[in-house]
Design a protein around this ligand. Structure first.
Ligand SMILES: NC(=O)C1=CN([C@@H]2O[C@H](COP(=O)(O)OP(=O)(O)OC[C@H]3O[C@@H](n4cnc5c(N)ncnc54)[C@H](OP(=O)(O)O)[C@@H]3O)[C@@H](O)[C@H]2O)C=CC1
Ligand SMILES: Nc1nc(=O)c2c([nH]1)NC[C@@H]1CN(c3ccc(C(=O)N[C@@H](CCC(=O)O)C(=O)O)cc3)C=[N+]21
Length: 309
């Protein structure tokens, strides 16, 4: 079978650029109104995939006119120290968004830490209360990678209603929210994980296959239905024999591209869209804070009296 034409690659760059341009307009308008967006990133320890993400957050935040503030903590920081830092950010009106980069070291209870972020500043919707919104079909602030993956599937023009979708990987931040977003769009969703008896048997039935595991070349050509859309979410740093490193996904793109009708490249696929959605979510969160300020301080009895005088 011939290799796919380049257009069958679902490239993230153009989608990301479109979103970032929209964010910039909104960010400039908000800043002129006294609500400059400012995103704080919390990193604990050292993780390759996090480094890539934070580097791109910084670059794209600048393009989107969003202030970006990176806070790095050593791997042996205590949960108490992190919670105290987050409490300070919650109380600081200049901070409009907070993201905790995952994973964090095992001694940090991630759920408690997510709970420490004020829901109005939770730009990933990962507060245990916020994540429930997805179950209730409130989809305007979803975890960024999940939203980015679904956005790229929509670029295919496929009708999501009744679409057979398989998601490989069921993490809180990626696989599970993807499944909920797709269910909301009417897809029939199967979720696979490490205890699934045959990932291949499920994957082969998928019209759209989402892969978020963290294992290079996990998905090979014989696991993909001809004509399917393959969304590769993996970000894995691979070191070549010559010592150079490169980023690869979870899909064996070289072979799968001859079977699938659409495939997201890594790099250049889901990653850039994830960053763009993080910035878009930052504006969603900011607008909710703005609305709270408006309701709290926007109209006063004093103002009413002055107007009447
Ligand atoms: N592009 C982007 O924006 C992002 C990319 N990523 C990347 O996506 C990948 C996944 O990330 P994340 O979800 O955070 O990772 P996790 O390690 O949290 O989750 C991995 C998931 O894969 C499942 N799994 C493990 N082995 C297998 C297997 N052999 N077959 C099927 N399922 C398996 C695990 O199941 P179980 O729990 O049952 O073991 C788990 O649900 C990583 O490469 C990460 O770097 C992550 C976030 C954003
Ligand atoms: N709370 C949390 N949310 C996340 O969404 C999250 C996280 N933690 N921890 C780390 C992973 C990883 N991740 C990436 C996002 C974008 C790129 C990205 O921009 N990649 C580009 C650039 C590659 C490069 O520059 O080499 C690309 O794929 O083309 C990478 C990785 C988000 N993650």
């Amino acid at each position: 079978m011939p290799a796919l034409a380049d257009t069958r690659y679902l490239k993230g760059g153009p989608v990301a650029a479109r979103i970032i341009a929209e964010v910039r307009t909104a960010a400039e308008e908000a800043a002129a109104d006294g609500f400059a967006p400012r995103l704080v990133s919390i990193t604990v320890g050292d993780v390759d995939a996090v480094d890539v993400y934070v580097r791109n957050q910084r670059a794209k935040a600048e393009q989107a006119a969003v202030d970006f503030d990176e806070r790095r903590f050593p791997a042996d920081v205590t949960a108490g120290e992190l919670e105290a830092a987050i409490a300070g950010m919650n109380a600081d009106p200049r901070v409009t968004g907070i993201i905790i980069q995952r994973p964090v070291p095992a001694h940090i209870p991630i759920k408690a830490l997510q709970s420490a972020i004020h829901p109005l500043k939770d730009v990933e919707g990962m507060h245990p209360a916020s994540i429930g919104n997805i179950v209730y079909n409130q989809l305007d602030l979803a975890p960024c990678t999940a939203a980015a993956s679904v956005e790229l599937l929509k670029e295919t023009g496929l009708d999501l209603k009744g679409l057979e979708v398989v998601v490989v990987g069921h993490s809180e931040i990626v696989g599970k929210p993807i499944a909920f977003l797709l269910m909301s769009e009417g897809a029939t969703v199967t979720v696979c994980h490490h205890m699934t008896r045959s990932v291949a048997a499920h994957a082969r039935r998928a019209d759209a296959l989402f892969v978020a595991v963290g294992k290079p070349r996990l998905i090979k050509a014989d696991m993909v239905k001809p004509g399917a859309a393959v969304i590769d979410i993996g970000i894995n740093a691979e070191t070549a024999p010559d010592g150079s490193t490169r980023i690869v996904g979870d899909v064996d793109t070289d072979s799968v591209k001859d079977v699938a009708s659409w495939i997201t490249p890594v790099p250049g696929g889901v990653g850039p869209v994830t960053v763009a959605i993080l910035l878009r979510n930052t504006m969603v969160a900011l607008n909710r804070q703005r609305e709270l300020y408006r309701r709290t301080y926007g109209a006063t009895d004093a103002g009413g009296r002055l107007a009447a005088e």
